[in-house]
Write a protein that binds this ligand. Structure first.
Ligand code: 3HC
Ligand code: NAI
Length: 704
């Protein structure tokens, strides 16, 4: 694009308006930097111009540095140079913000002399969420402007603030309640000129005057980070940079900031976070969507008001939809209603919504035992027991009751959706909507496209996910879809290690140290051991008799030790506590099982545990892509980031595999397969990629 198109200039009565135009979000690309620098220099030297207003065209001010350029060689002018040039202007420069002013966008605004923003604006320095830190003076100017405490809070969380809060904090000078920010910016420029106001530089602001208080906030931030963000790289660099702001001259602070920013930019964490950001945007676009506009969804039917049905209901009510629930009898209906009310009451007690908000939300909800209540719904979601016959019976009823164009969805975790679809007259309307528990909180939604599902049903499901603010991942039909299919394999790898000599506590610890929020045995205790036990019993008849089967989980379930809900599982939970204690009796049961099957326990290092667990996850992830169940490796990554607690700073299992090298993963699998060739079979996709010296990333571009 021509530079003149990237920054459009209009000049009237001595005030020039520079409007950055780089759709969709005015990312600050190399071209934008060049064009803005040229325009600012020209305006600063043009004696006919007395003030400069910088704004954004379209929906936003600027969303920050261009994320797609982050890995590329740097091109001049740099963003810090542009910001310094703006700040050094001899005539007043005003930032007029609307939409979003994030990252480098806010840093440009901070180097302007005055700032105003429309009410709905979102301001923030979200670099930390990309494994980065503000790198264009943000760590030096913001603390000087608003003090260390508030500046650190914004930079370490990446949180957005609205204009009202920004005004209170001192980030902006003016809050535009009505009308266009750009026009208000021009008017502000004239007012400043009329008042004889000159330039006013953020670098001269006095927010760091109380040195001792600022140092105390920095020390406190260091303590918190040591406990809460020990795995992360960039938050520590942010604190160091703010320390420089406190102890050094502005220009030296900028130099320190730049060096720290570059070290973040080159870190594997930045690559992983950026991959996650772009992957999340890629998964939200289904290949079926173009050309198949979604059907409107206003009313949703839910069959089954248990754990999942209630959570799904809350999620849909929260999205402003009308929800009608059907249960099997009056008692179950009353329980379904109570389940939904309980979730809302919990939100009221935590102060997330008001009682009035809860009452008004519940007006959009009704429960019945009569399927006729679903006759007008646009989408019906079945969330009854995980039993094929019960599900088929429910779909037969939905087929008779719902309007013909209604989408019929199942929340099954494992069952064959093609078989379910065969029970209805319009199988093209049947789809899987696999929510995760608790469904009103967990962001992931696997959208399972069955053999006959049509494009409009798929796009309706994706639009529904967007309304519910879920992260949709398109999956195909198989036992467990993407997430639970892969989970079954790495959980088995963990069980093998437990039987071979590692304790569940060591396994959990090693994986937490790797970055998982919880280890697999903590997760099992949280989810409830009975669910997995029922699945194992269901599959027992079809299990390969030669496949290794670890019976330790069954021994715990036989004792009724299902985890948190029964007060003990792998861990002990005395008096309903949620933090488990290690249980010597569990270790004794494990020892007994080892003796029973004749295993002499061996030692595992934490590194070995991580290596085996990840190899199992990556290998099955590759199988899922190879079989066409996941569209691309990035879909597996997003599934694990949003449904299974995979550490975001590692980008997802497939990204992690690319980071350590697929050759290494394959070598690990080949090594493990010597002892158990049936379990450790290298995926054909992995073998092929290693042979071609390619990574999973090469398969990500096909559709994104
Ligand atoms: N660079 C390049 N592209 C960007 C972008 C950016 N900074 N921000 C958003 N986009 C793209 C998205 O990839 C997406 O592209 P697609 O349509 O091809 O998928 C498109 O803009 C729309 O984005 P969303 O789908 O996310 O739209 P939303 O309206 O939901 O959200 C947003 C808009 C709030 C701007 C959100 O995209 C966002 O948070 N972006 C990231 C902002 C950010 O992190 N900025 C800091 C960058 S690092 C930096 O500035 C370093 C500096 O300190 C030196
Ligand atoms: P649940 O046992 O808590 O709830 C099932 C509900 O369905 C009960 O309230 C029951 O009364 C009702 N029901 C049974 N038959 C019915 C019928 N014929 N008509 C109307 N209602 C009927 O089970 P949960 O955990 O909510 O699971 C439901 C579905 O969601 C299952 O398919 C499960 O595999 C799936 N799922 C479960 C997850 C979990 O973590 N529990 C996660 C994701 C999916």
């Amino acid at each position: 694009m021509e530079l003149s198109q990237l920054v459009v200039q209009t000049c009237l009565d001595g005030v020039v308006l520079l409007r950055v135009s780089n759709p969709p979000v005015n990312a600050i690309s190399t071209g934008v930097r060049r064009a803005l620098l040229d325009a600012v220099e020209q305006a600063d030297t043009d004696s006919a111009i007395r003030a400069i207003v910088i704004t954004g065209a379209g929906k936003s001010f600027m969303a920050g540095a261009d994320i797609r350029e982050l890995g590329l060689p740097a091109q001049p002018p740099s963003l810090p140079d542009l910001c310094n040039r703006i700040e050094n202007c001899a005539k007043p420069v005003i930032a007029a913000m609307h939409g979003v002013a994030l990252g480098g966008g806010l840093e440009i605004a901070l180097s302007c002399h005055y700032r105003l923003a429309a009410e709905e604006v979102k301001l923030g320095l979200p670099e930390v969420l990309l494994g980065l830190m503000p790198g264009a003076g943000g760590t030096q100017r913001l603390p000087r402007l608003i003090g260390v405490e508030s500046a650190l809070a914004l930079m370490l969380s990446g949180r957005h603030v609205l204009a009202k809060e920004a005004l209170l904090l001192g980030i902006i000078d003016r809050h535009v309640l009505l009308g266009d920010a750009a026009a208000a910016g021009v008017q502000y420029a004239h007012e400043l000129l009329n008042a004889g106001a000159g330039v006013r530089r953020s670098r001269d602001a006095e927010g760091l005057k109380d040195h001792a208080a600022a140092q105390a906030f920095l020390d406190e931030a260091r303590n918190v980070l040591a406990k809460k963000s020990r795995h992360l790289f960039s938050p520590h660099k942010i604190v160091e940079a703010v320390q420089s702001a406190l102890g050094m001259a502005f220009s030296e602070g900028l130099t320190q900031e730049r060096a720290a920013f570059l070290s973040c930019l080159q870190s594997p964490q930045c690559e992983a976070f950026t991959h996650a950001f772009l992957a999340e945007r890629a998964v939200s676009k289904a290949p079926e969507t173009p050309g198949a506009p979604p059907l409107p969804v206003m009313a949703v039917g839910i069959v089954g008001g248990g754990l999942m049905g209630a959570g799904i209901a809350v999620s849909a009510i929260d999205a402003g939809l009308c929800v009608r629930m059907v249960e099997q009898d009056d008692k179950a209906a009353a329980r379904g209603l109570a389940n939904v009310e309980k979730v809302f009451a919990g939100q009221v007690s935590k102060g997330r919504i008001t009682q009035a908000g809860m009452d008004s939300a519940l007006k959009r909800f009704s429960v019945s035992t009569d399927y006729q209540s679903l006759k007008d719904v646009d989408l019906a979601i079945e969330a009854v027991f995980e039993d094929m016959n019960v599900k088929k019976m429910v779909f037969e009823r939905l087929n008779l009751t719902c309007k013909p164009e209604a989408v019929l969805a199942t929340n099954t975790s494992y069952l064959d959706i093609d078989e379910i679809a065969r029970t209805v007259s319009r199988p093209e309307r049947v789809i899987g909507l696999h929510f995760f528990s608790p469904a009103n909180i967990m962001p992931l939604l696997e959208i399972v496209v069955a053999g006959k599902t049509d494009a409009q049903t798929v796009s309706t499901a994706f639009e529904f996910a967007k309304k519910l603010r879920k992260v949709p991942v398109r999956a195909g039909v198989c036992d467990g879809f993407i997430g639970n299919r892969v989970l079954a394999v790495y959980r088995a790898a963990a069980d093998h290690m437990m039987e071979d000599g590692a304790s569940p506590y060591q396994i959990d610890r090693a994986l937490r140290d790797f970055g998982f929020a919880m280890g697999p045995y903590q997760v099992a205790d949280l989810a409830g051991g009975d669910i997995g036990w029922a699945t194992r019993k269901r599959r027992a008849a079809n299990r390969d008799p030669n496949a290794r089967y670890v019976q330790i989980p069954d021994r715990l379930c036989e004792r009724g030790w299902f985890g948190q809900k029964t007060g003990r599982g792998y861990y002990l939970y005395p008096q309903g506590s949620r933090t488990g204690e290690e249980d010597p009796q569990v270790l004794a049961i494990i020892d007994e099982e080892r003796r029973r099957v004749g295993i002499e326990p061996k030692r595992f290092t934490d590194g070995e545990i991580v290596r085996r667990y990840l190899a199992a996850m990556i290998n099955e992830g590759a199988n899922v892509v190879f079989d066409g169940i996941a569209l691309r490796p990035l879909d597996v990554d997003v599934t694990f980031l949003h449904g299974y607690g995979f550490p975001r700073f590692r980008g997802g299992p497939m990204k992690y595999a690319d980071t350590i090298g697929l050759g290494k993963v394959l070598a690990d699998i080949n090594e493990f397969s010597v002892a158990d060739p049936l379990f450790w079979k290298p995926s054909a996709l992995l073998v092929d990629l290693v042979g071609r010296r390619a990574g999973f990333a090469t398969l990500n571009n096909a559709l994104s």
